[in-house]
Design a protein around this ligand. Structure first.
Ligand code: ADP
Length: 319
């Protein structure tokens, strides 16, 4: 393989730039030319493809977002769209593609492999919802952003003796809510993977008040509904001074944490190594601090699961 390409697709995540940099430099180190595809699968279809050099990925390791930009491409979901994409890859003599993104982007990558074009997936999403890897690129940074925000909210919650219901991202996965909940000592964590009735949340609020707690923090993962819905019920039943904060897209930005930069650097390079070994239809990941690769079909067929011991620990500690 002498010419490969890299793209970022779907929701951006801090650390994607570090992954791009790693793939580009690992390839060049091995004497392979690398091309950047701009705007995800849209750029593949329109041929928005340019050669990247060692210098073109300089000074990006510490930046959030993605220098290749990203997109959601409806056209790529069609056979015609994908045929155009393969045509562009052939036109540029590109022999392999690295797709940095979430499960949707991996489904796209899977389709390219089915058309005979070798692809490797690198998990980049703040949601941490990809099976077969302990962490995805961007999760740690998003988590730290959430923890930082909630620490600030806690100051005002304590001063005013308020109950704060905080909504965090994660799509259908509760990882951000769960890990943040343990890290900030939230009273309750409401996530899609575990049933927590509102009655139980309220019970815990009363128990906290009884032992003199000045504030309460409840974290709601967006996958279970909105913080406003929970706040309405809680306020009605307790009459506590209840406030809502929806953290929103602030969770997707910012300079990637050291953990994400290191993970991205390891995974970006591993993806190149797999292409050069002649592998395809694989996804790279990290299990027990070891870089691994698995069949993308297998990863997509698997269900993402959370570590319930963390959920139980958080409950035990927030009595
Ligand atoms: P993420 O990768 O963050 O999960 P999306 O689910 O939006 O984000 O997927 C990103 C893009 O991947 C989509 O806009 C689409 O172009 C492509 N994609 C997703 N699912 C498929 C599919 N089943 N077939 C072909 N392309 C897909």
């Amino acid at each position: 393989m002498k010419r490969i390409a890299v793209l970022t697709s779907g929701g951006d995540a801090p650390g994607m730039n570090a992954a791009i940099r790693s793939s580009v430099r690992r390839a060049i180190y091995n004497g392979v030319q690398v091309f950047g595809v701009y705007n995800g699968y849209n750029g593949l279809i329109s041929g928005n493809i340019e050669e990247l050099t060692v210098g073109s990925v300089g000074d990006i390791i510490h930046h959030g977002g993605t220098m290749l930009f990203t997109a959601r491409s409806d056209e790529f979901r069609t056979e015609e769209g994908r045929a155009k994409a393969v045509e562009q890859l052939k036109k540029h003599d590109i022999e392999g593609l690295i797709v940095i993104g979430g499960d949707g982007s991996f489904r796209g990558a899977q389709k390219l492999t089915q058309l005979g074009f070798p692809t490797i997936g690198v998990p980049g999403t703040i949601d941490n919802d990809i099976p077969c890897t302990d962490y995805t690129i961007g999760f740690d940074t998003a988590l730290n952003t959430v923890v930082d925000c909630i620490d600030k909210i806690r100051d005002t919650a304590t001063s005013h003796e308020r109950t704060y219901i905080i909504e965090v991202m994660g799509r259908d996965a509760g990882d951000i809510a769960l890990f943040a909940g343990l890290a900030v000592g939230a009273e309750s964590i409401i996530i899609p993977e575990a049933t927590t009735g509102v009655e139980n949340v309220i019970e815990r609020l009363y128990a906290g008040r009884k032992r003199g707690k000045k504030h309460s923090i409840i974290i709601v993962a967006e996958g279970v509904g909105t913080a406003h819905q929970y706040a309405e019920i809680i306020k009605k039943q307790t009459n506590f001074d209840t406030r809502v904060t929806v953290l929103g897209h602030i969770q997707r930005g910012g300079s990637p944490s050291a953990f994400d930069r290191i993970l991205a650097s390891r995974l970006g390079a591993a993806a190149v190594d797999l292409l050069l070994e002649g592998k395809q239809d694989r996804m790279v990941g990290m299990k027990n601090n070891q870089i691994i690769d698995v069949d993308i079909d297998e990863a997509l067929a698997d269900k993402h699961e959370i570590d319930m011991s963390i959920f139980h620990l958080a409950r035990t500690l927030s009595i």
